[in-house]
Design a protein around this ligand. Structure first.
Ligand code: SF4
Length: 694
């Protein structure tokens, strides 16, 4: 990054990349950002930031930004730049035409975890009040929807239980399916610091990440399981705890539903759940599982941190509940230093879920079928709401292919690149009659769009993000929107054109409405956030200062509920044709589909996705580091360069997915979580063979 001058003033805002939610200071010269530095009083980051937050903000003024609305009648036509009035009027007329022809439920909307709470709230309000249905979903569908389901079912709230600072009290850290060094770097550093201070570390991961044996910390145990066997492993850990008398009987007796616990205990004690019986499934030696379980149950304060390696599976929700079972059985929940801690991928995954982006839930995770809560929103919004849940994203695709879903408003989300089985997504989008994409760049999804509405980056708007520890932080506008309007204003215009007036002069007023209608947000306001820096929900009459640790005296649902977690093997099995399992992850300098980071200097650190393969598998195929390899699955094929490394176990290959040309989601399949439809990105049976340079 080249500094373009000395700063004249600065604005405190929140990083728009990962779920750590670092507070940053944009140092400005006029309306130009000179540099981005970590805010030393940031409550989530304590004065630290990573290479994404610090250096990867230049995309905001990149030449690829689209700043004029565009329309086209057919996706084969060239784009035509038009005024905002014409673009919004065209989109609204098309949506109404489609509904008149195909019915009220033939259109829907997708909210983004990249956008602010206020913007997400408005999109779901638009769908429910102006579209008149519940066909709204969020990109959290493809990452942490099992967290929402699993934690709501077991402990009563769809959110992590702790504050990041809580790790300072932790004696034993178990990291499952997460690589915080790359995915959540500032928290990853905090975790390593705690290990260096003496906390023990267990890593559960198919890949040998740097937490296992990196330069800074070493894990006591690395349970290097096969992809797709999480639930068998968590059951084996629980089996050890139950059969070796390590259950915290006092905690369970006082805090949990007795009958459900006893049923779970009887199930988990069965011989088929023992470490010995499951070793053939997981590939993890029984003695390692037993030792890890003993350590987790007896170390004092034990905390579990998990990521997408838990959720993005056909049994993602089951695994989240398995983790909650472990924490409850050992009394490791409800105080500092312990807990169940999902490491959220995107900056506002937590917030987009909180704001009612799911087709079955209004803001605050209240089911749309509840007459009382629906009446509350009907009175506030002056509309009648539909009581039946709407379509999830994959259901929208299916409905598009059967001809009943024809129009989509997609804000800040590139579903073509980020959702699995790209061919299926493309076919579904091709069969729709009006797709409105609102984004800062012409992304892959825009190739199928009829209306393009220029989006605004986090530097161009006011609002709030909510991080992985439920911390609500202010996003502050540091420069005017390049296209003239912030995303929230565009949604207002679209709603108005559809005949449903929404009237807010500033995002603070949207937050005031959220606070009025959402019990866990009753105490939240911009005034409070400006005064305190941030606050963790629930923040209301009972908790005016917010809630760093949840479930302290009682679980949100009352008594904690153990759930039986039967292991079911993934549909993706190795065969002679597809003898390897592909799993996916992230790298430090890049972010998700790379739309932003690829357009910054960070690309110098990492300019392509590579296929990591174990030396044994590489040698068998005549592959060396740097060779081009073809990867084929049941869904499709792509080509990458290979990286031969012992970080992989034999039989398992791995890639990141930051570059569209690598086409990782061309090969992932449509297999998904049984409860939430979260895609099974982490398990794909593939063949890998050398190919010529494409
Ligand atoms: Fe912090 Fe995450 Fe942003 Fe890095 S990407 S600065 S860890 S919020």
């Amino acid at each position: 990054v080249i500094a373009i001058g000395q700063p004249e003033h600065s604005v405190v805002t929140t990083c728009a990349y990962c779920g750590v939610g670092c507070s940053l200071k944009a140092e400005m010269k006029g309306t130009e950002v000179v540099r981005m530095v970590p805010h030393k009083n940031g409550q989530a980051n304590e004065g630290h930031a990573c290479v994404k937050g610090r250096f990867a903000w230049g995309y905001a003024t990149h030449k690829d930004r689209i700043t004029k609305p565009m329309i086209r009648a057919k996706i084969t036509d060239p784009w035509r730049e038009v005024s905002w009035d014409e673009a919004i009027g065209y989109a609204a007329a098309e949506f109404r035409r489609i509904q008149a022809k195909y019915g009220r439920d033939s259109i829907g909307g997708i909210t983004s975890s990249r956008c602010t709470n206020e913007e997400t709230y408005l999109v779901q309000k638009l769908v429910r009040a102006a579209f008149g249905n519940n066909n709204v979903d969020t990109c959290a569908r493809v990452c942490h929807s099992p967290t929402g389901y699993g934690l709501k079912t077991t402990i009563g709230e769809s959110a992590g239980t702790q504050t990041f600072a809580s790790i300072g009290q932790t004696d034993l850290i178990m990291v499952i399916g997460a690589n915080p060094t790359d995915g959540h770097p500032v928290f990853g550093s905090r975790l390593k610091r705690r290990v260096r201070e003496g906390a023990k570390l267990i890593v559960v991961d198919p890949r040998r990440t740097d937490l296992v044996d990196g330069p800074h910390v070493k894990a006591v145990h690395h349970l290097q399981l096969r992809p797709g066997t999480n639930v068998a492993l968590v059951n084996a850990l629980a089996h050890t705890i139950v059969t070796e008398g390590l259950v915290d009987e006092a905690f369970v007796g006082e805090r949990c539903e007795r009958e459900a616990f006893e049923q779970w205990r009887d199930f988990i004690a069965r011989p088929e759940n023992s470490p010995e019986a499951t070793a053939d499934i997981t590939g993890v030696p029984a003695e390692d599982v037993r030792a890890a379980a003993r350590l987790y149950a007896t170390s004092g304060n034990s905390a579990i941190y998990y990521g997408l390696g838990v959720t993005e599976h056909a049994q993602g929700s089951t695994m989240v509940m398995g983790i909650a079972n472990l924490a409850m059985a050992t009394g490791n929940i409800g105080r500092e230093g312990v807990g169940v801690n999902p490491l959220r991928g995107q900056n506002n995954v937590q917030g987009s879920c909180d704001m009612g982006s799911f087709p079955h839930e209004l803001p605050g995770y209240r089911h749309i079928g509840g007459a009382e809560v629906r009446a509350q929103f009907e009175a506030a919004w002056q509309v009648q709401l539909q009581p039946e849940p709407g379509l999830r994203i994959p259901n929208m695709f299916d409905a598009a292919l059967d001809g009943s879903f024809k129009g989509l408003y997609c804000q800040g989300e590139d579903i073509v690149q980020s959702d699995p089985d790209t061919q299926h997504v493309a076919q579904a989008l091709s069969s729709m009659e009006c797709i409105v994409v609102q984004d800062i760049f012409l992304n892959e999804t825009a190739k199928y769009a009829h209306v393009f509405l220029p989006g605004s980056s986090f530097l161009e708007k006011d609002g709030t993000f909510t991080n992985a520890e439920r911390r609500i932080s202010r996003v502050r506008r540091v420069m005017p929107p390049l296209a003239g309007y912030a995303d929230w204003e565009v949604t207002l215009m679209l709603s108005r054109a559809l005949g449903y007036e929404m009237d807010y002069a500033h995002p603070a007023e949207i937050m005031d409405e959220i606070a009025r209608l959402t019990p866990t947000f009753h105490g939240v306001s911009y005034a409070l956030l400006d005064a305190r820096g941030s606050v963790q929900w629930p923040c209301n009459e009972q908790a005016p200062d917010g809630t760093p640790t949840m479930h302290v005296d009682t679980f949100v649902r009352g008594k904690g509920k153990f759930v039986i977690t039967k292991f079911v093997a993934s549909r993706e099995k190795v065969t002679r044709r597809f003898p390897l399992l592909l799993t996916t992850g992230r790298i430090l300098s890049q972010y998700n589909v790379g739309a932003q980071t690829r357009r910054t200097e960070n690309v110098h650190w990492h300019d392509e996705d590579r296929l990591e393969i174990h030396p044994h598998d590489a040698q068998e195929r005549g592959i060396e580091t740097g060779n081009w390899v073809g990867i084929e699955s049941r869904a499709g094929q792509t080509v990458l360069r290979a990286l031969v490394t012992e970080r992989m176990q034999p039989g398992v290959v791995y890639t990141t997915f930051h570059f569209p040309e690598s086409g990782a989601n061309v090969i992932t399949t449509d297999s998904s979580d049984w409860a939430t439809n979260c895609p099974e990105y982490k398990v794909t049976a593939v063949q890998v063979l050398p190919v010529q340079q494409p």
